[in-house]
Design a protein around this ligand. Sequence first.
Ligand SMILES: Cc1cc2nc3c(=O)[nH]c(=O)nc-3n(C[C@H](O)[C@H](O)[C@H](O)COP(=O)(O)O)c2cc1C
Length: 322
Amino acid sequence: MTSTAPEHPCQALCARLGVRYPVLQGGMTFGSDGRLVAAVSNAGGLGTLGTFHYRTAERVREQLAVIRAATDRPFSVNVPFFEASFELVEALARQDGVRTFTLGGWFSEPMARLKEELGLTVLVSVNSPTVARMVAERPLDALIVQGNESGGANNQFGTAQLFDLVAPTVSVPVVLAGGQWDGRDLFAALARGAAGVQLGTRFFFCDESPLHPTIKEQVLDQNLKRPLTTALVPVSDTLNMRFVTNKAWRTAMKEGEVEAIFRDKERVFDLSRAYFEPQAKPILLYAGTGLYRLRAIEPAGAVVEGIVGEYRALAARAMPAL
Ligand SMILES: Cc1cc2nc3c(=O)[nH]c(=O)nc-3n(C[C@H](O)[C@H](O)[C@H](O)COP(=O)(O)O)c2cc1C
């Protein structure tokens, strides 16, 4: 008789997404364009297109064309919670044939109907147990728990804490996001029972990201001289953003600028526009806690391969018998 080991959640996740590795690149509003998405998907991970910054379906379509010209591998489109989230998903699913979505903090009833009608794959990213509870009854394919180590929109919970609070309440694969960086993190995530890892910051600082090269190089130089730290800043009652603690951040904090920016959506867009232009001096910059581990600006494919290679080396090594 042969006994088969039970399937690890990472296998269910990879099968559902049609990807080789349980390594996801998180959607980043302006930081994950078509070029980056295609590079990650071509390397066997799941690339995810950010959309918030593009604002219209037409501009998202330009990025879809970039992705499809460069890869035929699966990819996802991230649509965070905002007024017209469902309309955007519906347009992209019906008119453009997008089949995988990563919803940022929402999963409405019309969305569940659309998923069933078109056979969509739907991942939902949550940053608190409350939001996880709100979507838990929906027909999710996977849940991403994003802890406040991340460079994205955070709540009060750390990544491991959120996993421990949320994973026992759902039956779908759960992916860790927030502070994930290398093969050790993937190994630890799978050992914890998670289905995979989602990385934002590391891909934000890779070759193909649209962040201007002068900013990437400046951050890398500073980090190699003295490890960069980040700070979590409350910008509203429920939202915390994490920034590099550089001079621009110190000045903005002293002048109450960070909160002022987040009171005005247009100023948030202005801030992101600066990321596409050459910068001689440090600017206010989002990043997750993992940034101190940035050692090179690498192609996204090398990042994915590096993570998988490190994971394999660890998985091949027997742990001491206690
Ligand atoms: C610059 C930046 C922008 C982001 N924008 C979004 C977004 O638009 N929607 C979303 O669901 N998550 C967003 N995120 C979160 C990422 O998808 C990912 O979950 C997170 O960055 C993982 O944590 P890490 O930064 O520590 O790797 C963003 C992250 C960064 C760094």
